[in-house]
Each structure stands twice: as C-alpha cells, then as structure tokens.
Write a protein that binds this ligand. Sequence first.
Ligand SMILES: NC(=O)c1ccc[n+]([C@@H]2O[C@H](COP(=O)([O-])OP(=O)(O)OC[C@H]3O[C@@H](n4cnc5c(N)ncnc54)[C@H](O)[C@@H]3O)[C@@H](O)[C@H]2O)c1
Length: 387
Amino acid sequence: MGDIIVFGGDGYIGWPLSLELANSFPNKEILIVDNFLTRRNSAKVGGKSLSPICSMEERLAAFREVTGQTNLSFRELDCANSDQVMALFAEFKPEVVYHLAHQRTAPYSMLGVKEAVETITNNEAGFLNVIWGMKEHAPDCHLVKLGSFGAYAKPGLDIPEGNAKISLNGKESAVPVPFPRASDDFYHITKINDGNFAGLACRKWNLKISDVMQSTVFGAATERTLQDDRLCTRFDYDEIFGTVVNRFVTQAIAGVPMTVYGSGTQTSGIMVLEDCIEILKSLAYNPGAAGQHRIVNNCPGKYSINELAEVVQSEAEVLGLQASVCRDKYNPRFEDGTAYDYAVETKYIDSVLTPTELNSAVAQGLGFLLQFKCEIDIPSIEPTHTW
Ligand SMILES: NC(=O)c1ccc[n+]([C@@H]2O[C@H](COP(=O)([O-])OP(=O)(O)OC[C@H]3O[C@@H](n4cnc5c(N)ncnc54)[C@H](O)[C@@H]3O)[C@@H](O)[C@H]2O)c1
C-alpha cells in the first residue's frame, strides 16, 4: 500500500491534490502523510480557515462515500523525523512521492527566533529525510517537490526553466548553471536550500526529481472538493497565513478596504488552484531523466498587486459587493515597489495546460466564500508584524 505518497496531504494544495490523484489513478494506493503542523500553527497565530475544514477521518470517510473508492489512506508522521521517514520508505517503496510538507509562510518564518528555527529545521530536515529515504529504499521513485517561484532572484533577467549559460563581462559560462536565487525571508531560503539539496541528489545519486517552482496559488475549491462539504480545503486569510488574493477576496466579502502593501507596483506570479493540481497530477508518471534535476516553472501569469486588487474589485462589484482599495498605509515587508520586467520560460505548463482566467477563479472564490461571511475575523487581516 502506498504507490503514491503525498507528504503534506492535509494542506491547502495537498488535500485537493490527494483527492485528484485518488480519483485519477483508481488502481493506485495513495497515502497521505501529515503531522497537522499547519492546523496547529494557524491556530497559534490566531488564524482560522474561512472554509470549514474537517478532520482527516471525516475527510476520508466523505471521500469513500462520494466515490465508492478505498484507495486513499492516511498516516500521521513528522517528516522531520528521520527514523519515521526512513521506515516509511522501507515499508512502502513508493513509485511517486509528492513533497509539500513545509512550514509555508514567509511572515511566520520572520515572527521571531523560535519560528525561524522551526521553519528551517522542519523544512530542511524534512526534505533531507525524503531524499535519503528515496536513495536508500526507492531509488527509481519520482519525487515531485514544491519549490517556490518567490525563491528566484528578480534582477530584470528572463527566468529560464532549468539551468542556463550565463555571461559576465563578455565571458559565457562553459556549462549551464542554476538561475540565481535570492530571498528576504527564512521560509524562501529553505526553498533555495532545497533546490541545492535536490540538485545534489540528482547529480550524485541519480534520483528523479521534478522541482516545481510554484507561484502563489489562489482558489477556494476544486471540482473534487465541491463534491461534498466535508471535502473542503483550507482557505487562510489572516496576515500570517493568508496570501495576497485570499486577503483581498476576504476583505471584499467583509466590506472592508483591500490592504495593498506599499505602492502595489511589486509583482507576484499567480496560479489558479485547479490548474496547479492539474500540473502536479500530470507530473506523477511523467518524470525527467534519472539524474536530471528537472525544473518546472508553475507560473502561468504575473500581476502587480494593484492589478490583483483591480481583478478582485471588478469581480466583487459584479456580485454587488463594495470593494475599495487602501494603498500606502501598510508596508510590513519594507518592499520598495521597484519591479524590473522579466519573462518566464514555462515550456512544461504551456505543453499541457490551458490556464484558467484569474477573473473566473476570483468570481468562483467570491461566490463560494460568501456563505462564510459571518465567520470573517477582520482584525486578523491587518498587518501587525513587520520585518
Ligand atoms: N500555497 C501557495 O500559494 C504556495 C506557493 C508556492 C509554493 N507553495 C508550496 O506548496 C507546498 C504546499 O503549500 P500549501 O499552501 O498547501 O501549504 P499548507 O501549509 O496548507 O500545507 C502543508 C502541509 O504540510 C504539513 N506539514 C508541514 N510540515 C510537516 C512535517 N514536518 N511533517 C508532516 N507534515 C508536515 C502541514 O501540516 C500541511 O498540512 C509547500 O511546500 C509550499 O511551500 C505553496
């Protein structure tokens, strides 16, 4: 049991991904592994998913009732525990592994020394355990890991999908090298380090790793999670766990101004949740060559923060909601707003995906989340932590 393991399968992306895999590969056993870190940390900072999320037992029971299938199961396990992860790989020898089990918020990683150390320890020990587990017990397995598009340096150069030859002072590198990474928070530094660990594991151990450079994901539901209320995925909107479009959508529903940080000219890659799941699923049995550290730029479009606010504003107005924008009041990350233009190579997703329009995902998200309007805790959205 456990042809496919999803580390982090209780999370925002991991849960709908697990549902999709179990539905699409009915003859494969899908094992979700999670230690509920996100549920605990979200509660610790006073956050709460706007969409009500069920316990794992209730989720799995709902999946069985809705589909009649029994190929989705769960094991509670801490990815950062080497003994547990090595024993799991020895037991299952999986064909495909998804690694999403990270402390995944930049603001959380900057809250204080404990949270910074927790982020580094959790994310880096967890990833090292997974690649050592593969090396020792499942060397032919395909690992699909979630990196972050936010880990790329953005000095105004076009971003390749994989290594590229670089030139400096008129001299070109003899061999392709990774595109530069840079980060202003400890969470994204764990993504940069993961990329280096993955490169080593491919070069030295001949492993098959697809490194998904994931842009910020937006979406409140997928076709699968909409099949039953108990299949909802989480939707965070507080200042620590909520990503930018989530916060805007929630503010529009609550009838308070959307808080654009700084001038709003800074850009962010955005991908619709359903599209993200589609790409991740498509990778399962479609690995790169053994020994190749394959990069997939999961970034179908980028927007300035002002443009994102405009998209939410226009879709909110269609629903009769009054959405206004508040600029320059908050700048918790001390962003200077300078954005250098760049193009992103996205050969893989261009070959398999017709991206969903962001407007339609925002309209769907607003429509779906309106029913939870009275649950919104408005003060939790306002930024109170800076770094
Ligand atoms: N959501 C986004 O916009 C986005 C953007 C870029 C990259 N990513 C990456 O995608 C992945 C999934 O993100 P998400 O938004 O679903 O986050 P999430 O926090 O909702 O999900 C992560 C899951 O991993 C689990 N987890 C964390 N540490 C663990 C450990 N030590 N052992 C077992 N389980 C553990 C958490 O409990 C949680 O269920 C992460 O790696 C994240 O960095 C997400």
